[in-house]
Write a protein that binds this ligand. Structure first.
Ligand SMILES: Nc1ncnc2c1ncn2[C@@H]1O[C@H](COP(=O)(O)OP(=O)(O)OP(=O)(O)O)[C@@H](O)[C@H]1O
Length: 715
């Protein structure tokens, strides 16, 4: 992927056109309005030249006519034929009328003809149309000779069009430009009004009106078809995704030369990841006017501050503040288009809080019910407290990444973004998923139960398929662990918690190495690399695969040093031959490692018959020390382990559990507690036994929250 993609690291859509349309920042607006103006000027010039061409051609300037003649299409020809036919009939009627009048005197004074100027061609309210049918017959009498002459010439021109080719040499073009430019100065007042109408943004909807009005004195075929031709030649650009759909009144967002765009990098205050914002988002119109003040467009070095005058200090601070605002806007503008910006969000009052599910590092999760639809959702309140600079970047990333990647069965789906009552809190409404994998594994471990090989394969296949989807979208999760994997009652695994997810690109850019919960953190991150990619997620998946089997974490280190030691103890201390470049990593240089023998993991999994040889190959591929040799999600999904017996079990055949997340942690508001005996009396004996076994109170089980498919012999 190009640098450009990587430059959109802060959360842009891989579909460029979509992304562009999202940017609603003020600078973009200014750019768009500038471009609209240019477009308008171009249009005006084009129409003027066409009309002047018409005038020139009226005076039988064949060369000019040839330059502008348009190769007629079949449809156009048919239209022209119909038009000429109609005109012939009209002329016949007029001639007949003229004969009958026998040279009666005609009052040709314009004031009598159109006293209030309502019948001019550019009349918008359709009175021109009225005029066409009802205007005084004197007009026809007065102009019949002139009209006949005009029609004769037009017929000739139309014939010429069939004969002549449009192509003219650039040389011819140049020589013909000057007379046309000259002709523009002679535009008639009616023409000027016509331009106004054609440049009207609502022109398209008024097309029919233009047709009718033009029908009086100018060929509608010419006007409308010239417009069609113009759209095809000037605005239809071939692209693999089909032609772009721009009206000629809109600026073309793709017309910018991407490669010429500079990218500004701004240090992110929370971590050392860089936020990239394009030039066009940082410079407003005003910036262009103040081009001599370039020195204020960058943040001065520490020593520079000391040498500044008071005015310079003030100007610098003002400019920095401006850039901060623009940066904020730019970040928000990167949200996908269907995210209605913060202003368009519903209020959290639209949901009823059922209970609190859990609290993580980045937010509290509640179970909520949509008051309108009764739909149960998970509401994650994004942490804002520590945010000094407006919208928290972590929240923004989480929303953005989830909206981008969420359209997959194995990724938790975000439904909408909600605002707190005082507009100070942000909530994310997600599909409610009943279990989190961590609690599930704990429960199973406590009860000495295990996932069957088929179930392990189902879980792994779902996890890999969700991650493959993310990686294909150039998104790194960077916090894969069992507590961030959810599982539905129907056995569907969903990847959640995109708080650390980032877009990456090719070539790689430096990110912080302090990502991924310690136990699932890859050796390259532990050794301090800042140039990393999808293998960091694949390592976490290796740890998770082992945990599905062992029901406990594979490498539960208590600190970074212990963590890397644990890894090397199991997999062997790497050498330059096993992992080329390892000795160059910062962490390697600062720490000394014992030489542990190569791969003890094999003994643990094969000797313990926890995995067969094929299964171990996959695990080993995921837990490969050298990230370059670590297996990718796509390759892992193609692994023979999934093909051999026992096959993955269908998700719907997965056993179900009472979910931790469905238990009422927060007491429901002022509900009168009932007597336990009475409550049990309403539950059938088998369910009561199960509830007792799991120490679950009947009121903790919401409708649909506890499945009778639960198999007590297995769990
Ligand atoms: N869509 C959901 N449906 C049901 N429960 C959920 C959902 N999303 C999250 N949870 C629960 O809330 C917990 C915390 O959510 P999440 O991991 O998104 O928050 P976090 O603050 O980012 O946590 P962490 O400290 O793991 O980074 C999860 O472990 C899970 O139990």
């Amino acid at each position: 992927m190009s640098e450009k993609v990587s430059s959109h690291d802060e959360g842009e859509i891989s579909d460029e056109s979509h992304k562009r349309s999202n940017r609603a920042s003020s600078s973009e607006d200014a750019k768009s309005s500038r471009s609209n103006k240019e477009q308008e000027t171009k249009m005006r010039e084009s129409i003027l030249s066409r009309l002047s061409k018409r005038k020139i051609s009226d005076s039988d300037d064949d060369t000019t006519e040839q330059r502008f003649s348009i190769q007629p299409k079949d449809a156009q020809k048919a239209k022209e034929d119909r038009y000429r036919e109609k005109e012939r009939e009209r002329r016949k009627v007029r001639d007949h009328r003229d004969d009958r009048r026998g040279g009666r005197e005609i009052d040709a004074r314009p004031s009598n003809r159109d006293p209030r100027g309502k019948n001019e061609r550019s009349d918008r309210d359709g009175k021109g149309h009225e005029h066409r049918h009802h205007s005084h017959h004197h007009k026809h009498d007065r102009s019949s000779d002139r009209e006949r002459e005009k029609h004769r010439k037009r017929d000739e021109r139309n014939k010429d069009r069939h004969r002549q080719s449009r192509t003219t040499s650039p040389e011819e073009d140049r020589t013909q430009k000057s007379p046309l430019k000259k002709a523009r100065h002679h535009e008639a007042p009616e023409d000027a009004k016509l331009f106004d109408r054609v440049l009207d943004p609502n022109y398209k909807s008024k097309q029919q009106e233009v047709l009718v009005v033009e029908d009086v004195e100018m060929s509608p075929v010419e006007i409308l078809d010239e417009k069609e031709e113009k759209e095809i030649t000037e605005f239809t650009i071939d692209s693999p995704a089909g032609p772009k759909k721009y009206s000629k009144f809109e600026s073309d967002p793709e017309s910018d030369h991407e490669e010429e765009k500079k990218v500004h990098t701004i240090k992110d205050s929370d971590d050392d990841d860089v936020v990239e914002v394009h030039d066009d988002l940082l410079h407003s119109d005003d910036d262009e006017d103040e081009s001599d003040d370039d020195k204020y467009s960058r943040t001065p070095e520490d020593r520079e501050w000391e040498e500044m005058t008071e005015t310079e200090l003030r100007l610098h601070k003002e400019e920095m503040k401006k850039r901060q605002v623009i940066r904020q806007k730019a970040l928000i503008a990167q949200l996908p288009v269907f995210y209605p910006g913060l202003m368009g969000c519903r209020n959290i009052d639209e949901y009823e809080c059922v209970n609190r599910v859990d609290e993580g590092t980045f937010g509290v999760v509640y179970r909520g019910k949509d008051k309108r639809t009764d739909e149960i959702v998970a509401l994650k309140r994004l942490k804002m407290e520590k945010e000094r600079e407006g919208f928290p970047i972590t929240a923004l990333r989480e929303i953005n990444m989830l909206l981008k990647a969420g359209n997959h069965p194995n990724i938790v789906n975000v439904k909408e973004i909600l605002l707190g009552s005082n507009m100070d809190k942000i909530y994310m409404a997600m599909e409610f998923v009943e279990h989190d994998m961590k609690s599930l594994l704990d429960t199973m471990s406590r009860r000495n139960k295990r996932f069957s090989i088929g179930e392990q394969k189902t879980l792994m296949r779902q996890l890999l398929s969700g991650i493959e989807h993310m990686h294909k979208l150039w998104i790194l999760h960077r916090d894969l662990k069992t507590s961030n994997l959810l599982m539905s009652h129907t056995g569907v695994l969903k990847i959640a918690d995109f708080g650390l997810a980032r877009e990456y690109g090719d070539p790689l850019r430096k990110f912080t190495s302090i990502v991924v919960t310690l136990w699932y953190r890859s050796p390259e991150l532990l050794l301090g690399t800042r140039l990393y990619s999808t293998p960091v997620d694949m390592w976490s998946i290796g740890c998770i695969m082992a945990e599905f089997i062992l029901l406990k974490p594979l490498f539960p280190g208590r600190g970074e040093t212990e963590q890397i030691k644990k890894i090397f103890m199991e997999l062997g201390t790497p050498t330059e031959s096993i992992w080329p470049g390892v000795t160059e990593l910062e962490g390697w240089k600062t720490l000394t490692f014992e030489k542990y023998p190569y791969n003890q993991l094999r003994k643990r999994f094969l000797a313990g018959r926890l995995l067969n040889d094929t299964g171990f190959k996959l695990l080993n591929g995921l837990l490969t020390l050298d990230p370059k040799n670590r297996v990718s999600a796509t390759k892992a999904l193609d692994h023979e382990w999934f093909e051999e017996e026992p096959h993955p079990v269908p998700p719907e055949e997965f056993p179900t559990f009472p979910a931790k997340s469905e238990q009422n942690k927060a007491p429901p508001p002022a509900a009168k507690p009932k007597q336990p005996e009475n409550r049990m009396a309403h539950v059938d004996p088998e369910t009561a036994k199960l509830l007792k076994q799991f120490e679950v109170r009947p009121e903790q089980v919401k409708p649909g929250g506890f499945s009778l498919k639960f198999d007590p012999t297995r769990f």
